[in-house]
Design a protein around this ligand. Structure first.
Ligand SMILES: Cc1cc2nc3c(=O)[nH]c(=O)nc-3n(C[C@H](O)[C@H](O)[C@H](O)COP(=O)(O)OP(=O)(O)OC[C@H]3O[C@@H](n4cnc5c(N)ncnc54)[C@H](O)[C@@H]3O)c2cc1C
Length: 403
Protein backbone atom coordinates (compact mmCIF):
# COMPACT_ATOMS: atom_id res chain seq x y z
CA UNK A 1 0.00 0.00 0.00
CA UNK A 2 1.25 3.51 -0.83
CA UNK A 3 2.30 5.30 2.37
CA UNK A 4 2.02 9.08 2.65
CA UNK A 5 3.36 11.18 5.54
CA UNK A 6 1.77 14.56 6.12
CA UNK A 7 3.60 17.19 8.13
CA UNK A 8 1.39 19.91 9.69
CA UNK A 9 -2.09 19.40 11.11
CA UNK A 10 -3.74 22.63 9.95
CA UNK A 11 -6.47 22.76 7.33
CA UNK A 12 -4.05 22.05 4.45
CA UNK A 13 -2.61 18.97 6.18
CA UNK A 14 -6.05 17.68 7.19
CA UNK A 15 -7.33 18.15 3.64
CA UNK A 16 -4.28 16.26 2.30
CA UNK A 17 -4.93 13.46 4.80
CA UNK A 18 -8.61 13.16 3.86
CA UNK A 19 -7.96 13.20 0.10
CA UNK A 20 -5.06 10.74 0.44
CA UNK A 21 -7.29 8.33 2.39
CA UNK A 22 -10.05 8.73 -0.20
CA UNK A 23 -7.53 7.56 -2.83
CA UNK A 24 -6.69 4.47 -0.80
CA UNK A 25 -3.34 5.66 0.61
CA UNK A 26 -2.15 4.87 4.11
CA UNK A 27 -1.37 8.09 5.98
CA UNK A 28 0.45 9.33 9.07
CA UNK A 29 -0.22 12.92 10.15
CA UNK A 30 2.36 14.80 12.28
CA UNK A 31 1.57 17.99 14.20
CA UNK A 32 3.98 19.85 16.46
CA UNK A 33 1.20 21.40 18.57
CA UNK A 34 -0.96 19.92 21.30
CA UNK A 35 -4.04 19.98 19.09
CA UNK A 36 -4.87 19.91 15.42
CA UNK A 37 -6.15 22.91 13.50
CA UNK A 38 -3.13 25.26 13.25
CA UNK A 39 -4.55 28.75 12.80
CA UNK A 40 -8.03 27.28 13.29
CA UNK A 41 -7.38 25.77 16.71
CA UNK A 42 -9.24 27.52 19.51
CA UNK A 43 -9.46 27.52 23.29
CA UNK A 44 -12.23 28.21 25.79
CA UNK A 45 -11.50 30.69 28.58
CA UNK A 46 -14.08 31.52 31.24
CA UNK A 47 -16.91 30.05 29.06
CA UNK A 48 -15.89 32.18 26.07
CA UNK A 49 -14.61 30.84 22.76
CA UNK A 50 -11.21 32.26 21.84
CA UNK A 51 -10.22 31.72 18.21
CA UNK A 52 -6.82 32.93 17.03
CA UNK A 53 -8.61 35.91 15.50
CA UNK A 54 -11.93 36.59 13.88
CA UNK A 55 -12.25 33.42 11.74
CA UNK A 56 -15.30 33.39 9.51
CA UNK A 57 -16.08 30.13 7.74
CA UNK A 58 -17.71 30.40 4.37
CA UNK A 59 -19.90 27.34 4.03
CA UNK A 60 -19.93 27.84 0.26
CA UNK A 61 -16.18 27.37 -0.05
CA UNK A 62 -16.06 24.69 -2.76
CA UNK A 63 -13.27 22.73 -1.08
CA UNK A 64 -15.13 22.68 2.22
CA UNK A 65 -18.30 21.41 0.58
CA UNK A 66 -16.29 18.58 -1.03
CA UNK A 67 -14.92 17.45 2.32
CA UNK A 68 -18.02 17.97 4.42
CA UNK A 69 -20.39 16.31 1.91
CA UNK A 70 -23.33 15.40 4.17
CA UNK A 71 -21.63 16.16 7.51
CA UNK A 72 -23.56 18.59 9.67
CA UNK A 73 -21.88 21.78 10.85
CA UNK A 74 -23.76 23.90 13.38
CA UNK A 75 -23.13 27.56 12.70
CA UNK A 76 -24.75 30.99 12.53
CA UNK A 77 -24.49 33.56 9.75
CA UNK A 78 -22.40 36.64 10.52
CA UNK A 79 -23.77 40.08 9.83
CA UNK A 80 -22.69 42.28 6.97
CA UNK A 81 -23.28 45.68 8.52
CA UNK A 82 -20.07 47.76 8.48
CA UNK A 83 -19.25 50.86 10.50
CA UNK A 84 -16.12 52.92 10.10
CA UNK A 85 -14.70 54.79 13.10
CA UNK A 86 -12.31 57.58 12.18
CA UNK A 87 -9.48 59.04 14.30
CA UNK A 88 -11.90 61.43 16.05
CA UNK A 89 -14.21 58.62 17.05
CA UNK A 90 -16.85 59.60 14.45
CA UNK A 91 -18.83 56.61 13.18
CA UNK A 92 -20.12 56.20 9.67
CA UNK A 93 -22.43 53.41 8.53
CA UNK A 94 -20.81 52.09 5.39
CA UNK A 95 -22.70 48.89 4.65
CA UNK A 96 -22.91 48.93 0.88
CA UNK A 97 -26.09 46.94 0.68
CA UNK A 98 -28.38 47.73 3.59
CA UNK A 99 -31.31 49.85 2.48
CA UNK A 100 -30.57 52.97 4.54
CA UNK A 101 -26.93 53.18 3.58
CA UNK A 102 -27.55 52.19 -0.04
CA UNK A 103 -29.62 55.34 -0.34
CA UNK A 104 -27.06 57.42 1.54
CA UNK A 105 -23.92 58.53 -0.28
CA UNK A 106 -21.62 58.00 2.73
CA UNK A 107 -20.18 54.89 1.13
CA UNK A 108 -20.33 56.13 -2.49
CA UNK A 109 -23.04 57.00 -5.02
CA UNK A 110 -25.66 54.54 -6.23
CA UNK A 111 -23.94 54.48 -9.65
CA UNK A 112 -20.69 53.46 -7.94
CA UNK A 113 -22.52 50.68 -6.11
CA UNK A 114 -23.96 49.40 -9.38
CA UNK A 115 -20.48 49.57 -10.98
CA UNK A 116 -19.15 47.60 -8.03
CA UNK A 117 -21.80 44.91 -8.53
CA UNK A 118 -20.84 44.66 -12.21
CA UNK A 119 -17.17 44.30 -11.18
CA UNK A 120 -18.11 41.66 -8.62
CA UNK A 121 -19.76 39.44 -11.21
CA UNK A 122 -17.17 39.93 -13.97
CA UNK A 123 -13.76 38.28 -14.37
CA UNK A 124 -10.75 39.76 -12.60
CA UNK A 125 -7.18 40.29 -13.73
CA UNK A 126 -4.28 38.82 -11.73
CA UNK A 127 -1.74 41.42 -12.81
CA UNK A 128 -3.77 44.39 -11.48
CA UNK A 129 -4.42 45.53 -7.92
CA UNK A 130 -7.87 46.43 -6.59
CA UNK A 131 -7.05 50.13 -6.97
CA UNK A 132 -6.36 49.67 -10.70
CA UNK A 133 -9.74 47.98 -11.07
CA UNK A 134 -11.81 50.37 -8.98
CA UNK A 135 -11.82 53.59 -11.01
CA UNK A 136 -15.61 53.31 -11.43
CA UNK A 137 -16.22 52.92 -7.70
CA UNK A 138 -13.37 54.95 -6.24
CA UNK A 139 -15.28 56.38 -3.23
CA UNK A 140 -16.77 53.02 -2.35
CA UNK A 141 -13.28 51.53 -2.56
CA UNK A 142 -11.61 54.23 -0.44
CA UNK A 143 -14.34 54.41 2.18
CA UNK A 144 -15.50 50.80 2.51
CA UNK A 145 -13.64 48.15 0.54
CA UNK A 146 -10.08 49.19 1.39
CA UNK A 147 -10.64 49.54 5.17
CA UNK A 148 -12.51 46.23 5.18
CA UNK A 149 -9.90 44.39 3.11
CA UNK A 150 -7.02 45.77 5.21
CA UNK A 151 -8.44 43.66 8.04
CA UNK A 152 -8.74 40.61 5.81
CA UNK A 153 -5.27 40.86 4.23
CA UNK A 154 -3.52 42.60 7.16
CA UNK A 155 -2.05 45.01 4.60
CA UNK A 156 -3.22 47.82 2.38
CA UNK A 157 -5.24 46.30 -0.51
CA UNK A 158 -3.16 48.51 -2.83
CA UNK A 159 -0.39 45.96 -2.41
CA UNK A 160 -2.65 42.98 -3.06
CA UNK A 161 -3.17 41.09 -6.32
CA UNK A 162 -6.46 42.21 -7.90
CA UNK A 163 -7.79 38.70 -8.50
CA UNK A 164 -7.19 37.75 -4.86
CA UNK A 165 -9.09 40.83 -3.61
CA UNK A 166 -11.90 40.14 -6.10
CA UNK A 167 -12.10 36.56 -4.94
CA UNK A 168 -12.34 37.49 -1.25
CA UNK A 169 -14.98 40.20 -1.86
CA UNK A 170 -17.12 37.74 -3.79
CA UNK A 171 -16.90 35.16 -1.04
CA UNK A 172 -17.89 37.71 1.61
CA UNK A 173 -20.73 39.30 -0.31
CA UNK A 174 -22.29 36.39 -2.13
CA UNK A 175 -21.02 33.48 0.00
CA UNK A 176 -22.35 32.12 3.27
CA UNK A 177 -20.02 33.56 5.93
CA UNK A 178 -20.74 31.87 9.25
CA UNK A 179 -19.31 31.53 12.75
CA UNK A 180 -19.09 27.89 13.83
CA UNK A 181 -20.92 26.99 17.06
CA UNK A 182 -18.42 26.56 19.88
CA UNK A 183 -15.56 27.99 17.80
CA UNK A 184 -13.79 27.28 14.53
CA UNK A 185 -11.95 24.34 16.14
CA UNK A 186 -15.21 22.39 15.92
CA UNK A 187 -14.91 22.47 12.15
CA UNK A 188 -11.52 20.79 12.55
CA UNK A 189 -13.05 18.08 14.75
CA UNK A 190 -15.72 17.39 12.14
CA UNK A 191 -13.21 17.29 9.28
CA UNK A 192 -11.02 14.85 11.23
CA UNK A 193 -13.76 12.45 12.32
CA UNK A 194 -12.89 9.85 9.66
CA UNK A 195 -9.13 9.80 10.21
CA UNK A 196 -8.14 6.82 12.39
CA UNK A 197 -6.67 7.99 15.73
CA UNK A 198 -3.67 5.66 15.43
CA UNK A 199 -2.55 7.61 12.34
CA UNK A 200 -2.40 10.90 14.23
CA UNK A 201 0.70 12.19 16.04
CA UNK A 202 0.46 15.26 18.25
CA UNK A 203 3.40 17.10 19.89
CA UNK A 204 5.48 15.62 17.07
CA UNK A 205 7.84 18.03 15.39
CA UNK A 206 9.27 16.88 12.09
CA UNK A 207 12.84 18.17 11.98
CA UNK A 208 14.25 16.35 8.96
CA UNK A 209 13.10 14.53 5.84
CA UNK A 210 15.56 12.04 4.37
CA UNK A 211 15.36 10.65 0.87
CA UNK A 212 16.94 7.21 0.60
CA UNK A 213 18.32 6.78 -2.95
CA UNK A 214 18.60 2.96 -2.60
CA UNK A 215 14.98 2.06 -2.01
CA UNK A 216 13.45 5.37 -3.17
CA UNK A 217 11.61 5.72 0.13
CA UNK A 218 11.54 8.67 2.52
CA UNK A 219 12.04 8.79 6.30
CA UNK A 220 11.09 11.40 8.84
CA UNK A 221 13.01 12.40 11.96
CA UNK A 222 10.43 13.44 14.51
CA UNK A 223 11.10 15.17 17.83
CA UNK A 224 8.63 13.92 20.42
CA UNK A 225 8.86 14.68 24.13
CA UNK A 226 12.55 15.65 23.68
CA UNK A 227 13.33 12.31 22.04
CA UNK A 228 14.03 11.73 18.38
CA UNK A 229 12.02 9.06 16.60
CA UNK A 230 12.52 7.74 13.12
CA UNK A 231 9.47 7.05 10.92
CA UNK A 232 10.46 5.13 7.79
CA UNK A 233 9.26 3.75 4.48
CA UNK A 234 7.07 6.53 3.11
CA UNK A 235 6.46 6.68 -0.62
CA UNK A 236 5.48 10.36 -0.43
CA UNK A 237 5.69 13.24 2.03
CA UNK A 238 3.47 16.32 1.97
CA UNK A 239 4.75 19.30 3.97
CA UNK A 240 1.81 21.48 5.01
CA UNK A 241 3.53 23.67 7.58
CA UNK A 242 3.08 26.72 5.43
CA UNK A 243 5.48 29.53 6.43
CA UNK A 244 7.79 27.10 8.18
CA UNK A 245 8.59 24.91 5.17
CA UNK A 246 12.31 25.77 4.99
CA UNK A 247 12.81 25.08 8.72
CA UNK A 248 12.66 21.32 8.14
CA UNK A 249 16.01 19.92 6.98
CA UNK A 250 15.68 18.29 3.57
CA UNK A 251 13.10 20.80 2.29
CA UNK A 252 13.50 24.13 0.55
CA UNK A 253 11.30 27.18 0.00
CA UNK A 254 8.95 29.18 2.14
CA UNK A 255 11.55 31.41 3.77
CA UNK A 256 11.54 34.18 1.18
CA UNK A 257 7.85 34.92 1.78
CA UNK A 258 6.90 38.07 3.60
CA UNK A 259 4.60 37.14 6.48
CA UNK A 260 2.27 39.51 8.28
CA UNK A 261 1.35 39.29 11.93
CA UNK A 262 -1.98 39.98 13.64
CA UNK A 263 -3.08 40.35 17.25
CA UNK A 264 -6.63 39.81 18.44
CA UNK A 265 -7.64 40.99 21.87
CA UNK A 266 -10.63 39.29 23.51
CA UNK A 267 -12.71 41.06 26.15
CA UNK A 268 -15.60 39.73 28.14
CA UNK A 269 -18.25 42.16 29.32
CA UNK A 270 -21.63 41.88 31.01
CA UNK A 271 -24.18 41.16 28.32
CA UNK A 272 -24.47 44.31 26.25
CA UNK A 273 -27.99 45.73 26.38
CA UNK A 274 -28.03 46.86 22.74
CA UNK A 275 -27.77 44.54 19.79
CA UNK A 276 -24.38 45.10 18.20
CA UNK A 277 -24.48 43.28 14.92
CA UNK A 278 -21.82 45.40 13.24
CA UNK A 279 -18.26 44.92 12.14
CA UNK A 280 -16.42 48.09 13.16
CA UNK A 281 -13.48 49.11 11.00
CA UNK A 282 -11.14 51.42 12.86
CA UNK A 283 -7.96 53.42 12.75
CA UNK A 284 -5.88 52.05 15.65
CA UNK A 285 -7.41 48.56 15.32
CA UNK A 286 -8.42 47.00 11.98
CA UNK A 287 -11.72 45.58 13.10
CA UNK A 288 -13.81 44.90 16.18
CA UNK A 289 -16.88 42.76 16.59
CA UNK A 290 -19.13 41.27 19.28
CA UNK A 291 -18.53 37.65 18.31
CA UNK A 292 -21.23 36.43 20.69
CA UNK A 293 -23.85 38.54 18.86
CA UNK A 294 -23.15 36.66 15.64
CA UNK A 295 -23.08 33.34 17.45
CA UNK A 296 -24.35 33.11 21.03
CA UNK A 297 -22.26 29.97 21.71
CA UNK A 298 -19.17 32.23 21.89
CA UNK A 299 -20.10 33.40 25.42
CA UNK A 300 -22.36 32.39 28.32
CA UNK A 301 -25.89 33.76 28.45
CA UNK A 302 -24.98 36.65 30.77
CA UNK A 303 -21.97 37.92 28.83
CA UNK A 304 -20.82 39.33 25.52
CA UNK A 305 -17.46 38.55 23.91
CA UNK A 306 -15.69 41.30 21.98
CA UNK A 307 -12.88 40.47 19.54
CA UNK A 308 -10.68 43.36 18.38
CA UNK A 309 -7.91 42.80 15.84
CA UNK A 310 -4.78 44.92 15.44
CA UNK A 311 -2.20 44.77 12.66
CA UNK A 312 1.19 43.37 13.64
CA UNK A 313 2.29 41.58 16.78
CA UNK A 314 1.34 44.29 19.32
CA UNK A 315 4.17 43.64 21.84
CA UNK A 316 3.19 43.32 25.50
CA UNK A 317 5.08 46.54 26.36
CA UNK A 318 2.99 48.57 23.86
CA UNK A 319 -0.22 46.91 25.01
CA UNK A 320 0.57 47.82 28.64
CA UNK A 321 1.45 51.37 27.64
CA UNK A 322 -1.72 51.93 25.59
CA UNK A 323 -4.16 49.54 27.25
CA UNK A 324 -6.33 52.28 28.78
CA UNK A 325 -6.54 54.19 25.52
CA UNK A 326 -7.42 51.07 23.49
CA UNK A 327 -9.98 49.84 26.01
CA UNK A 328 -11.65 53.27 26.16
CA UNK A 329 -11.89 53.16 22.36
CA UNK A 330 -13.39 49.66 22.38
CA UNK A 331 -15.85 50.54 25.17
CA UNK A 332 -17.03 53.61 23.26
CA UNK A 333 -17.92 51.45 20.24
CA UNK A 334 -20.29 49.40 22.33
CA UNK A 335 -21.52 52.17 24.63
CA UNK A 336 -20.20 50.51 27.77
CA UNK A 337 -17.81 51.54 30.53
CA UNK A 338 -14.13 50.62 29.91
CA UNK A 339 -13.95 49.40 33.54
CA UNK A 340 -16.46 46.68 32.68
CA UNK A 341 -14.17 45.14 30.04
CA UNK A 342 -12.41 42.03 31.30
CA UNK A 343 -9.38 41.05 29.26
CA UNK A 344 -9.54 37.30 28.54
CA UNK A 345 -6.79 36.73 26.04
CA UNK A 346 -4.38 38.35 23.59
CA UNK A 347 -3.84 36.11 20.57
CA UNK A 348 -0.66 37.03 18.74
CA UNK A 349 -0.17 35.19 15.44
CA UNK A 350 3.28 35.85 13.95
CA UNK A 351 2.70 34.03 10.64
CA UNK A 352 -0.88 35.15 10.29
CA UNK A 353 -1.02 35.64 6.54
CA UNK A 354 1.54 36.09 3.79
CA UNK A 355 1.54 39.31 1.79
CA UNK A 356 -0.45 38.65 -1.37
CA UNK A 357 1.64 40.86 -3.61
CA UNK A 358 1.18 40.50 -7.38
CA UNK A 359 3.36 37.43 -7.91
CA UNK A 360 2.67 34.03 -9.39
CA UNK A 361 2.56 31.07 -6.98
CA UNK A 362 5.28 28.48 -7.48
CA UNK A 363 4.16 25.04 -8.53
CA UNK A 364 6.58 22.15 -8.13
CA UNK A 365 6.56 19.21 -10.53
CA UNK A 366 5.10 15.88 -9.37
CA UNK A 367 7.65 14.28 -7.05
CA UNK A 368 7.92 12.35 -3.81
CA UNK A 369 8.14 15.48 -1.66
CA UNK A 370 5.46 18.18 -1.94
CA UNK A 371 5.88 21.41 -0.02
CA UNK A 372 2.66 23.39 -0.04
CA UNK A 373 2.90 27.04 -0.85
CA UNK A 374 -0.78 27.67 -1.47
CA UNK A 375 -0.61 30.91 0.41
CA UNK A 376 0.08 32.84 -2.75
CA UNK A 377 -2.91 31.41 -4.53
CA UNK A 378 -5.74 32.21 -2.16
CA UNK A 379 -5.51 33.66 1.34
CA UNK A 380 -8.26 31.63 2.87
CA UNK A 381 -9.35 28.39 4.45
CA UNK A 382 -10.48 27.40 0.95
CA UNK A 383 -6.93 28.00 -0.34
CA UNK A 384 -5.47 25.81 2.41
CA UNK A 385 -7.96 23.00 1.74
CA UNK A 386 -7.36 23.21 -2.00
CA UNK A 387 -3.58 23.00 -1.60
CA UNK A 388 -3.99 19.76 0.37
CA UNK A 389 -6.15 18.27 -2.38
CA UNK A 390 -3.75 19.39 -5.14
CA UNK A 391 -0.80 17.81 -3.32
CA UNK A 392 -2.62 14.47 -3.38
CA UNK A 393 -3.44 14.94 -7.05
CA UNK A 394 0.29 15.44 -7.66
CA UNK A 395 0.92 12.10 -5.96
CA UNK A 396 -1.60 10.47 -8.26
CA UNK A 397 0.29 11.93 -11.25
CA UNK A 398 3.68 10.91 -9.84
CA UNK A 399 2.42 7.37 -9.17
CA UNK A 400 1.21 7.16 -12.77
CA UNK A 401 4.65 8.36 -14.01
CA UNK A 402 6.52 5.80 -11.87
CA UNK A 403 4.55 2.90 -13.31
C1 LIG B 1 -6.48 35.88 12.62
C2 LIG B 1 -6.81 35.14 11.36
C3 LIG B 1 -8.07 35.26 10.81
C4 LIG B 1 -8.37 34.58 9.62
N1 LIG B 1 -9.63 34.68 9.12
C5 LIG B 1 -9.97 33.96 8.06
C6 LIG B 1 -11.31 33.99 7.60
O1 LIG B 1 -12.17 34.68 8.16
N2 LIG B 1 -11.64 33.22 6.51
C7 LIG B 1 -10.70 32.46 5.87
O2 LIG B 1 -11.06 31.81 4.88
N3 LIG B 1 -9.41 32.41 6.28
C8 LIG B 1 -9.03 33.14 7.35
N4 LIG B 1 -7.73 33.08 7.81
C9 LIG B 1 -6.75 32.27 7.06
C10 LIG B 1 -6.81 30.78 7.44
O3 LIG B 1 -6.77 30.68 8.85
C11 LIG B 1 -5.59 30.06 6.84
O4 LIG B 1 -5.57 30.24 5.45
C12 LIG B 1 -5.57 28.55 7.11
O5 LIG B 1 -5.94 28.26 8.44
C13 LIG B 1 -4.19 28.02 6.82
O6 LIG B 1 -4.13 26.63 7.08
P1 LIG B 1 -2.76 25.82 6.89
O7 LIG B 1 -3.04 24.41 7.18
O8 LIG B 1 -2.18 26.15 5.58
O9 LIG B 1 -1.75 26.49 7.93
P2 LIG B 1 -1.71 26.40 9.52
O10 LIG B 1 -3.07 26.50 10.08
O11 LIG B 1 -0.72 27.44 9.93
O12 LIG B 1 -1.16 24.94 9.81
C14 LIG B 1 0.18 24.60 9.76
C15 LIG B 1 0.42 23.56 10.85
O13 LIG B 1 1.74 23.02 10.72
C16 LIG B 1 2.23 22.78 12.04
N5 LIG B 1 3.72 22.69 11.96
C17 LIG B 1 4.61 23.66 11.68
N6 LIG B 1 5.86 23.18 11.66
C18 LIG B 1 5.75 21.85 11.94
C19 LIG B 1 6.72 20.79 12.05
N7 LIG B 1 8.02 20.99 11.86
N8 LIG B 1 6.27 19.53 12.34
C20 LIG B 1 4.94 19.28 12.53
N9 LIG B 1 3.99 20.27 12.43
C21 LIG B 1 4.40 21.52 12.13
C22 LIG B 1 1.75 24.01 12.81
O14 LIG B 1 1.78 23.79 14.22
C23 LIG B 1 0.33 24.15 12.26
O15 LIG B 1 -0.62 23.43 13.02
C24 LIG B 1 -7.38 33.78 8.98
C25 LIG B 1 -6.10 33.65 9.55
C26 LIG B 1 -5.82 34.32 10.74
C27 LIG B 1 -4.46 34.14 11.35
Amino acid sequence: MTKVAIVGGGLAGISAARHAMANGYEIELFEVGEKFGGRLANTVIDSCVIDKGFQVVNLNYPELRKLLSDKRVDSRPIFTSLNYVDKNGERRDLSPFNIASTLSTASGSLIQKISFLIYLFSKSNSSLTLRDQSSRFKDLNNRVLSPFLSGVFLASPEKIRGDVAHHVLRYFLVGRPHLINGGVGNLIRILMEDIPKERLHLISKVTRIIQNPNDQLLSLIVEKEQREENFENFDYVIVATNGKIGEIKGTTGGNSRQWLASTTVYHKVNRLPKRNRKLFLGSSFVNSVVASEANSTYADANSSLIATTFLGELPESIWQERKDEYEAEIASLYDCDAKELRLLSIERVANSLPLFAPQKPTDSAPGQLSTLDHSFDEPSQNGALRSGRLAVEKILQATALRR
